[in-house]
Ligand binder design. Structure first.
Ligand code: KG4
Ligand code: ZN
Length: 340
């Protein structure tokens, strides 16, 4: 069978990304223009600034993805674009650009759910340590942990998900970002907390774990509030050792709950493996602790594929195209789209 080449486009939050993927597995190019520096000065993503930055970056990013893949437009078989969930103004830039290209070049278009795309990062071949083999067997347990989401889902087949639980308040990444701010570590908080935690004692502050017994739901706002109280109790501006110990204790508490629930769900639903997905899955402590607790293999994408990128969108789009899905010209953005 001839190879299928899909151009993926991703603009749901603060990365403008385009990638070309062959057969849903081989990355021919993966271009990401990050807006982190722009948003760092506000301590988080500023939605209107994000949409405007996407408008400036989208065409050069797509041109770069095409030239790095050494392909012409006639070599493509389709375009896949994230249509939700995410920021409405940001999503609109990607969706409208994708429609224009598809109409102009006569290419089929498919809309991709960003959460599902994070799961499909596991179908991309990178050869990185801990990444999934080509022959994954269903059912699989996906733990999606990103800036906007924390979800446990059972994947019974391609496009067939059972939602098991999710966060009732802050997403895991959001909690990392908020605590990062409390500790004066800047934005994004996740990688900064991970670095600070290396020098800290994870057992120094026994922070509360919300186990939400009998469910696969999560709650992280209590841990965040507990950190805020400790910061206040120590004068409001933590430094040095205190930052490291709080970062390590916070990370340990979040990882404890995520790992415990993912391992339990994999066992209850007899999943063949656990797929860690989304920006927080870049966290080494999370990777290690889930592997310690789980009775099945735990797969982790290459670091560059954990945070937002378009290769995962193209991989997911590939499977959509294979199952015959096509978007019409009325494809609209869905900021609150869920995994169903
Ligand atoms: O998947 P992603 O790039 O965007 C969303 O779809 O939300 O995830 C971004 C989130 C941010 O909250 C960031 O702080 C977090 O992932 N993150 C991490 C790490 N790297 C990124 N959290 C913990 N440890 C990390 N190493
Ligand atoms: Zn994401």
């Amino acid at each position: 069978m001839a190879e299928t080449r899909i151009l993926g486009i991703e603009t749901s939050c603060d990365e403008t990304a385009a990638a070309v993927v062959e057969d849903g597995r081989h990355i021919l190019s993966n271009v990401i223009a990050s807006q982190i520096e722009l948003h760092a000065q506000y301590g988080g993503v500023f939605p209107e600034m994000a949409s405007r930055a996407h408008i400036e970056a989208i065409v050069p990013v797509i041109q770069k993805a095409m030239s790095e893949a050494h392909l012409g437009w006639d070599d493509l078989d389709g375009i896949a674009v994230t249509y939700g969930p995410g920021l409405v103004g940001s999503l609109l830039v990607g969706v409208n650009t994708a429609k224009g290209l598809a109409a102009g070049r006569g290419l089929p278009l498919v809309g991709v759910n960003h959460l599902e795309a994070h799961i499909y990062a596991h179908w991309l071949e990178t050869g990185s340590e801990g990444s999934a083999p080509a022959d994954l067997t269903f059912p699989l347990l996906a733990l999606i942990v990103s800036g906007g989401h924390t979800e446990l889902a059972l994947m019974r087949d391609h496009s067939d998900y059972v939602y098991l639980g999710g966060t009732l308040d802050d997403a895991a990444g959001e909690a990392f970002d908020k605590v990062g701010r409390l500790l004066g570590l800047g934005y994004p908080g996740g990688p900064a907390i991970e670095r600070a935690a290396e020098q800290g004692d994870p057992n120094l502050f026994p922070l509360p774990r919300a186990w939400m017994e009998g469910t696969y739901d999560f709650s992280f706002s209590g841990i965040k509030t507990a950190v805020a109280r400790l910061v206040q109790a120590h004068g409001g501006e933590p430094r040095g050792r205190m930052v490291a110990d709080l970062a390590a204790s916070f990370q340990a508490a979040v990882v404890d709950v995520l790992a415990g629930k993912a391992a339990a769900a994999a066992e209850e639903y007899q999943a063949t493996a656990i797929l860690l997905c989304g920006g927080v899955s870049a966290n080494q402590t999370l990777r290690t602790v889930v592997r310690e607790r789980a009775a099945v293999p735990v797969y982790t994408p290459a670091l560059i594929l954990c945070t937002d990128n378009a290769a995962m969108v193209a991989a997911c789009g590939h499977h959509r195209f294979l199952s015959g899905v096509r978007a019409g010209w009325d494809l609209d953005v869905e900021p609150g789209l869920r995994l169903t």
